[in-house]
Design a protein around this ligand. Structure first.
Ligand code: NOJ
Length: 760
């Protein structure tokens, strides 16, 4: 990497000043002590004017993508950078462009402090991994860790320092479009995924050239938007906040996540962005988090719309006091903060604390050593879409798929089968499987289902495609409303003819990827358009229908659950989608995914989750209507949390729960009674039978994903402590309450073996 002379000299000067004229190493200061870092940061801070300090708390958008309202034109932005008034930018892309933009800050601003360059690298940069909800469906933390590692390798090679991921908002509402970005409905699984994602992005050294800073978002409660409508009000109890929403964030903080992002939502009347309780009391004080908090895009001025701030200046004061260290595209810190500080309404110490957090991150990334260290266009060319990255994407995709039904063992299909009808717009799409929030994925670059099947089957197998239904047309893109085709049956005839003459039908059904994502909430989570109508027609002429579902959320598919012969949820599986699906369909990979979210019978059941409270009327004792239920449908999920089949089959026997409060030992014998080897996710749930706060009927407290040979029997062991049986009360204290507990182990949250135990 080349450094210009002026850059180099300025770097040396800053380094000398900031280090108090100690020796400046040529390597990023990864091994320096925290003290040395803090001293350097403090020395630099002492050189800064008030304007320059405020500058470090400001993030501007680049020119390439706009993810929210922004004022146009960019020349003035360059001037701001040169004046030392910008600390970070998002959406500036490519190693070269980042180098050019960075040079404005480093070569031309008074102190030459490098900027941070950030981007939403959500499930890959160029190589698309499966969407986050799918990764969670693997119940395999290594899938999540490696997925983020691949994303970080590519993003860092493209010059980026920081991703706005992982999104670890627990969500229990399939209507919410961003459930696709989440780890699903459960805090325990969510925390495991959060940790793995952070470790994947950041590795164990932020200054490494292949890692980037991660961002735990959205702190907090965003996934609990009322009625699943994005950006909507959030009202949750303190115990739901502590026991359900916060655990993944705590796990991310414990894993050393470099940054947090607050959210658009208000939480119990206070916008997350202006929420001192969340950002200071819990995060920065209680959890002693020393990283940086960035606002969501424009969420600081949005406090005016929330009716929580009167004007820009007040919004700036509220956000800074509450602990929002950086203003993403809100233009509020630049307009309003200085006056609030000079008037004394906001103390300069708070600003100093925010600036220290920003500078520490720059230091940890090695940017004070070499601000251009990530901008290496040669590495960029080699890394993006490398063979290794694509292989990782394929493996992650197949491990994320969930087999929901496999009647009469129709799957796996034989590669020598004579004819396969592949039907449905989604089957030929090379774009939809890339998912939304797809960073720099090349449009139409995924392996389609048709392509995947064609490359998997024998030379003698006839694979024919018919589009059948049209789901979406026209302007399918990020940020635009989608045109869904409600009733197009022009392709039915061709598809029915094809189904008639084929041995098996593989029908792709589901959603366009832009039906989920930010601003993509839906009232109805059934399948759109004429897909089900076509399925019903095909069923009349062929009784071997394998449905491949592509969705970014749980969908209500009671008809398919009854009538499809096999049902495979593949989510939006990424660049290698078609190959990975074919791996599962033809048995090259035995499916092992389990649902991280409950699938409903009907949208009206949402929010739906396994970890419900019992209520005072859980069962119908008198055979009347006075118990908790719907009069027009079931309470239970169509497919419950944790559910997923394999080509192997597993039995659970001889559950033993022994021990005292210090250590409860759980043992169960699991046998693969099938004829092929396969993986099973053995799941452990507890119920605190009576407590000072009503507790859920089941809570996941452990899982192990284990491979079993055919006929193999293993004793699986778990250990629980009082800590695992505790919960957090409304005062934020972790409490263990002695008494009766139920301990359950099984293959999913519904089919469980249970034993009672009393712990004092
Ligand atoms: C708004 C989204 O809520 C957030 O998740 C994202 O990181 C920012 N836009 C930046 O694109």
């Amino acid at each position: 990497m080349k450094k210009s002379l002026s850059t180099f000299l300025k770097g040396v000067i800053i380094c000398l000043i900031a280090s108090g004229f100690n020796a400046c190493s040529d390597r990023p200061q990864a091994n320096s002590t925290t003290n040395a870092m803090d001293q350097r940061v403090d020395s630099l801070l002492s050189l800064m004017t008030l304007d320059e300090k405020i500058g470090q708390t400001i993030m501007y958008n680049g020119t390439w993508e706009f993810t929210g309202p922004t004022s146009g034109g960019n020349r003035w932005k360059a001037e701001k950078i040169i004046n030392g008034q910008v600390g970070a930018m998002l959406n500036v892309l490519t190693a070269d462009e980042i180098r050019r933009t960075q040079a404005l800050a480093v070569d031309s601003s008074r102190l030459g402090i490098p900027m941070l360059f950030a981007y939403d690298v959500i499930h890959g940069y160029k190589t698309m991994l499966p969407v986050p909800l799918a990764q969670a469906a693997s119940w395999d933390t290594e899938v999540a860790r490696l997925g983020s590692e691949v994303a970080a390798r590519e993003a860092s090679a493209a010059g980026l320092h920081w991703t706005f991921a992982p999104m670890i908002d627990i969500s229990r509402d399939a209507r919410w479009g961003r459930i696709m970005e989440s780890p699903g409905e459960d805090p325990f699984l969510g925390a495991a995924m959060a940790k793995a994602w952070v470790e994947g992005y950041q590795g164990d050294d932020l200054s490494s050239l292949t890692t980037i800073a991660a961002c735990a978002k959205h702190f907090a409660g965003y996934g609990f938007a009322e009625a699943g409508r994005d950006y909507n009000t959030v009202e949750v109890s303190m115990h739901t906040l502590y026991n359900v929403i916060l655990p993944p964030f705590k796990a991310a903080s414990d894993a050393g996540v470099a940054t947090f992002m607050n959210g658009f939502n208000d939480l119990n009347g206070i916008p997350a962005t202006g929420n001192e309780f969340l950002q200071r009391t819990i995060l920065k004080d209680k959890w002693a988090y020393d990283g940086m908090m960035v606002s969501d895009w424009g969420s600081i001025p949005e406090m005016i719309f929330h009716g929580y701030a009167m004007d820009t200046a007040q919004a700036a004061a509220i956000a800074m006091k509450a602990g929002s260290d950086m203003d993403m595209e809100g233009r509020v810190y630049e307009k309003g903060l200085k006056a609030k500080i000079t008037s004394g309404e906001v103390s300069e110490e708070l600003l100093d604390d925010a600036v220290r957090r920003v500078l520490r991150l720059k230091y940890k990334l090695g940017l004070f050593d070499d601000p251009y260290r990530y901008s290496d266009s040669e590495r960029e060319k080699e890394e993006l879409l490398s063979k290794e990255n694509l292989e990782a994407a394929r493996d992650a995709a197949r491990k994320s798929m969930v087999l929901l039904k496999n009647e009469t063992n129709i799957l796996p299909l034989k590669k020598e089968i004579k004819s396969i009808a592949v039907i449905g717009q989604l089957a030929a799409s090379k774009d939809i499987p890339l998912g939304s929030w797809r960073a720099q994925a090349v449009p139409n670059s995924a392996i389609s289902l048709v392509e995947g099947i064609k490359s998997a089957v024998s030379a003698n197998t006839k694979v024919e495609f018919a589009k059948g239904y049209t789901l979406t047309v026209g302007n399918r893109s990020f940020g635009k409303e989608l045109t869904i085709v409600e009733d197009d049956k022009t392709g039915f005839k061709e598809a029915i003819e094809l189904a008639k003459r084929s041995d098996v039908v593989v029908m792709a059904m589901g959603e366009d990827c832009y039906q989920s994502g930010e601003g993509r909430s839906q009232m109805d989570v059934g399948l759109k358009g004429s897909q089900i109508d076509l399925f019903n027609e095909l069923k009349k002429v062929n009784d071997n229908i394998v449905v491949v579902l592509m969705t970014g959320r749980p969908v209500a598919i009671p008809d398919l659950a009854t009538d499809a012969n096999a049902l495979l949820e593949t989510w939006f599986a990424g660049s290698e989608s078609g190959n990975a699906i074919a791996d599962v369909l033809f048995g090259d990979y035995n499916p092992s995914g389990k649902l991280p979210v409950s699938f409903p019978h009907h949208s009206g059941q949402e929010p739906l989750y396994y970890s419900q409270k019992s209520t005072g009327r859980p069962i119908n004792r008198a055979e009347n209507v006075f118990w908790t239920h719907y009069t027009d449908g079931p309470n239970d999920a169509l497919f419950p949390f944790g559910y997923g089949l394999s080509y192997a089959s597993f039995t659970y026997e001889d559950l033993k729960v022994t021990g005292s409060g210090e250590s409860i030992n759980i043992k169960v014998d699991v046998t693969n009674t099938g004829s092929v080897g396969g993986e099973e996710v053995v799941q452990l749930y507890i119920q605190d039978v009576a407590a000072s706060l009503t507790r859920p009927i089941k809570e996941l407290k452990g899982f192990q994903k284990i491979f079993f040979e055919a006929d193999e029997r293993k004793t699986i062991k778990f250990t629980l402590t009082k800590d695992d049986l505790s919960f957090i009360n409304d005062h934020g204290e972790k409490v263990f309450e002695p008494g009766d507990f139920r301990i359950s182990v099984g293959s999913n949250s519904r089919d469980l073996n249970t034993k009672a135990i009393t712990i004092n």
